[in-house]
Design a protein around this ligand. Structure first.
Ligand SMILES: Cc1cc2nc3c(=O)[nH]c(=O)nc-3n(C[C@H](O)[C@H](O)[C@H](O)COP(=O)(O)OP(=O)(O)OC[C@H]3O[C@@H](n4cnc5c(N)ncnc54)[C@H](O)[C@@H]3O)c2cc1C
Ligand SMILES: NC(=O)c1ccc[n+]([C@@H]2O[C@H](COP(=O)([O-])OP(=O)(O)OC[C@H]3O[C@@H](n4cnc5c(N)ncnc54)[C@H](O)[C@@H]3O)[C@@H](O)[C@H]2O)c1
Ligand code: SF4
Ligand code: FES
Length: 808
């Protein structure tokens, strides 16, 4: 197998790898280095995260298990700092050296930050990655006034997000009109009026020369001497390709890494793709052309004949609610162009197309973009329009509204439906017919349509409806199946398992007609969970269907080693346990011993084959730091020691942890117990938090301390510890029975509604029944580390050096 290394774990690069895996799945041993500490996510949707429409989990395109399933060695948070082209190897910032036969550079871009005094102050950011997004969300909780520099696509989407976060927003723009590269003056002024009505303020034709403030920004000064206040500044004035590594390694770089029509750089066996690449003097900043490049490169690198990449015409839209605009090609007239224009001031609709030699060369649509696919096709195909009247060309008469069947019928097969992924109507219809697709999800899975910005989804749905005719089932089509292997939703799957009495993962997939007989990393763990939830005590866990960390009962680290985190109930330990941990750490040369966020001690950097002996020597239960289960119960010292404590928080925490440890839950669950409202255990941001008050406990639910920070809601107040245990058992069991696999309690609570859950749990009979099912389930669990120590079969299968690659 040839060694393929990729630098950069972003949208264009990983799409290229997906294409390579389709073309030549067995051809390469693949290693990817990413500077960000995450798997590949949909950067486009950062705007939606900021605008509050989605969460980070929902925008992950390739979860970690995708890499494992495809045997890809992924190093996250580990940038490559040098390419040694002579020796054909890359070197990471941690000194790791990896050899390659072929190397892809897909390092994307970074935000361009104005080189002016004060640009390094706290509160100044670009808008490029999830870290920037989190910083803005955090700032909006503490500060009120934001200034966005740059009135382009990114700046306006950022500004809309900051308004949604409750900030006052000024947009500072250098030019007299917004989005001057995409819109003419009329469309730009219509856009400005709409955004002003939404609450944005604009400072036009202003050049920022200094950022004011001490440590943190307080405002900015313009060239004309005027100033404006700001607590947060977002720079959205364009991007700059990440080319340093290439440049320092002798690869020819201009604005981007210069590539030919096959994405080959000036150095043999090194390719570049995405925003870091410069092709025919153009560096693209939208995914559609980057994905086209990826396809060409995948063919080239896998040894297939492919047409060269000749460059792309791009079309853009702004992702701001209430704004409907489309722009492609040339914007401004010159002596060789004529335009056709329609302007309906009353309905705020404006359309203009630019024509040269009877061919469309530019499109600007505002207020009504239904014609965009038709016109864009005419532009990209350079169709001769001399036979079409100027009225009909702008009349939407053969356009696709996404709702009318006639519109879909009259749409040519080569019309582009998904601009981001280059998918035509013909390709979608073909996939529906030949692969028997019935849901939007499946169409997306098979064709890629809708996988990026998601704007084309209504039209894809209309095509699905048109193609299936009488067989179209609207509710089924919209439903989200648990993965691309089936059309079944979570509810249907659970119902079918119950109705047909299915008892194993294999049986579920066989009986329910899975279109991929092995299933995938999305459905196998989910089916395993639902089976265990339904059959309670009888179900025999299918260990090989679990996600890799759960299968190994240890958390795999970025370098392929594992961590060991033993239980410390309620965060309480003993000198004897500490001695055991210290001895093991010393004996096995454990590289890192660290207190975890969940009040216990983690041993990091352990070799797979050492796991069983370490567990044996520790002789402590697993802390399940890797599991979709109860992780930790964090406690404060409480009434036993603290003078403010009103309750025994440690005793309650320990009791909770001992009762619910090992329980399979749809996602991880964390608890916190504080003995007074000072809340030293941060119970307010836990899945379930308990706060001691005079004469009882308050129970908070749905809190989350991660990326989607959420304060818990008060579920109820109870008097005794027994009531706490009863309510917690019922709440957790209700979550287990109604949540989707991998749905955190915070999302589940928001989906079902607090009042609904309170209503269910208010009924004593229901609580009792839920607790009975919970108790039945809890009986089946055994200690996994102990089981491994005493089973040669398990040790041989999972923990010897030659078994289980990281990718399994
Ligand atoms: C907020 C926002 C909204 C957007 N909206 C749209 C939209 O609506 N439509 C559209 O088409 N496009 C949109 N884009 C642009 C689109 O996201 C990019 O074109 C696309 O992500 C580029 O893909 P890429 O792989 O080239 O770069 P990236 O996705 O940026 O990936 C490059 C990766 O390489 C990593 N890296 C860099 N240097 C190194 C190194 N030395 N070693 C290892 N890793 C390294 C980076 O950390 C990064 O993770 C948007 C962008 C943003 C920021
Ligand atoms: N909906 C989408 O398709 C979408 C959304 C967001 C981002 N993106 C992509 O992300 C990339 C970055 O977007 P962008 O908007 O930052 O880049 P851009 O180059 O498209 O726009 C930058 C804007 O900032 C203005 N500007 C430049 N210097 C300035 C200054 N000193 N003060 C004030 N204004 C100044 C420019 O006049 C320009 O309008 C682009 O490639 C873009 O295509 C696309
Ligand atoms: S939460 Fe209250 S009782 Fe617990 S340690 Fe803090 S101050 Fe003391
Ligand atoms: S147009 Fe963006 S995902 Fe289809």
């Amino acid at each position: 197998m040839k060694k393929l290394v990729m630098i950069g774990n972003g949208m264009a690069g990983v799409r290229t790898i997906e294409e390579i895996l389709k073309l030549a799945p067995e051809h390469f041993e693949i290693t990817i280095f990413g500077e960000e500490p995450h798997p590949n996510y949909n950067r486009i949707k950062l705007s939606n995260i900021l605008q509050g429409d989605t969460s980070f989990d929902e925008i992950i395109i390739n979860p970690l298990d995708w890499y494992k399933e495809n045997n890809i060695q992924l190093y996250t948070g580990e940038p490559i700092v040098k390419i040694d082209a002579e020796a054909k190897r890359v070197i990471s910032d941690q000194g790791r050296e990896v050899e390659y036969d072929e190397l892809i550079i897909a390092t994307g871009s970074k935000s361009f930050i104005l080189p002016i005094p004060g640009a390094d102050k706290q509160g100044v950011t670009g808008f490029r990655d999830i870290h920037d997004c989190e910083m803005m969300i955090k700032s909006s909780k503490e500060y009120k006034k934001a200034v966005v520099i740059g009135g382009g696509l990114l700046g306006l989407e950022a500004a809309r997000g900051l308004l949604n976060l409750g900030m006052n927003v000024d947009v500072v723009h250098l030019m007299p009109s917004l989005m001057e590269r995409q819109l003419d003056h009329i469309a730009a002024s219509m856009l400005k009026a709409e955004l002003e009505a939404q609450g944005m303020s604009f400072l036009m034709e202003k050049e920022t020369v200094e950022i004011l403030g001490d440590e943190r920004v307080t405002g900015l000064r313009f060239k004309d001497g005027s100033e404006v206040e700001a607590d947060l500044i977002v720079m959205a004035i364009g991007i700059k390709s990440n080319t340093e590594v290439a440049k320092n390694s002798g690869i020819y770089v201009n604005r981007g890494i210069v590539v030919n029509d096959f994405m080959e750089t000036s150095v043999p066996h090194i390719y570049a793709v995405g925003e870091c690449a410069e092709h025919r003097e153009i560096v693209y900043g939208l995914v559609a052309p980057l994905y086209e490049q990826g396809k060409v490169l995948a063919n080239r690198i896998s040894g297939f004949e492919a047409a060269p990449y000749k460059g792309s015409v791009t079309g853009t839209q702004l992702k701001v609610a209430g704004v409907d605009l489309f722009s492609a090609g040339e914007i401004f007239e010159d002596g060789t162009t004529k335009s056709i224009m329609a302007y309906n001031e009353y309905d705020r609709i404006y359309k203009r197309i630019l024509i040269r030699d009877n061919k469309i060369v530019g499109i600007v649509l505002y207020g009504d973009t239904k014609d965009s696919t038709k016109l864009f096709r005419m532009l990209t195909k350079q169709e001769d329009i001399s036979g079409i009247t100027s009225v009909s060309i702008l009349q939407s008469e053969c356009s696709v509204s996404g709702t009318s069947d006639d519109d879909i019928a009259s749409m040519p097969n080569d019309e582009l439906v998904c601009g981001c992924n280059g998918v035509t109507k013909g390709a979608i219809v073909e996939a529906i017919k030949t692969q028997g697709l019935t849901t939007l999800d499946q169409v997306s899975h098979c064709t890629n349509a809708g996988r990026s910005c998601g704007r084309c989804k209504p039209m894809v749905a209309s095509i699905l409806e048109h193609t299936l005719g009488d067989q179209f089932d609207a509710s089924a089509a919209q439903k989200t199946s648990i993965c691309g292997c089936t059309t079944l939703s979570r509810e249907e799957l659970v119902e079918e398992i119950k109705a047909k009495g299915l008892t194993s993962v294999k049986e579920v997939m066989n009986v329910l007609g899975w279109n991929n007989e092995e299933g995938c990393t999305k459905c196998r763990p989910a089916i395993n969970y639902y089976l265990g939830m339904i059959h309670m005590d009888e179900y025999k866990d299918d260990r090989d269907s679990r996600l890799v960390n759960e299968k190994m009962h240890a958390n795999i680290q970025k370098d392929g080693t594992y961590s060991v985190v033993p239980r410390m109930y309620g965060g309480v330990t003993t000198p004897q346990d500490l001695i055991k941990i210290a001895k093991v750490a010393e004996k096995y040369n454990v590289p890192l011993v660290k207190l975890t966020g969940g009040q216990r001690i983690g041993l990091f950097g352990i070799k797979k084959e050492d796991l069983p002996s370490i567990w044996e020597e520790l002789n402590m239960p697993s802390g399940y730091a890797y599991g979709k289960t109860l992780r930790t119960v964090k406690t404060c010292v409480g009434a036993q020691f603290c003078r403010y404590g009103t309750q025994d928080s440690m005793a309650l925490g320990i009791e909770l942890e001992k009762k619910f440890e090992r329980l399979d839950t749809p996602h991880k669950v964390k608890m916190g117990v504080s003995a007074c409202p000072r809340n030293c255990s941060e119970a307010g941001i836990k899945d379930i938090g308990f706060v001691g008050i005079d004469g009882g406990w308050e129970i908070y639910v749905g809190g989350n301390g991660g990326v989607d920070l959420r304060a818990g809601d008060l579920l109820c107040t109870v008097k005794t510890k027994e009531e706490v245990m009863e309510m917690t058992g019922a709440y957790l069991q209700y979550y287990r029975e109604t949540a989707n696999y991998l749905e955190r309690t915070s999302k589940w609570l928001e989906r079902l509604g607090l009042e609904h859950i309170q209503g269910v749990l208010a009924n004593e009979e229901t609580r009792k029944a839920l607790n009975e099912r919970m108790d039945k389930t809890l009986k089946k669990y055994i200690e996994p580390w102990d089981e491994a120590i005493h089973s040669e079969e398990i040790q041989e299968k999972y923990y010897t050096k030659h078994t289980i690659r990281v990718g399994e």
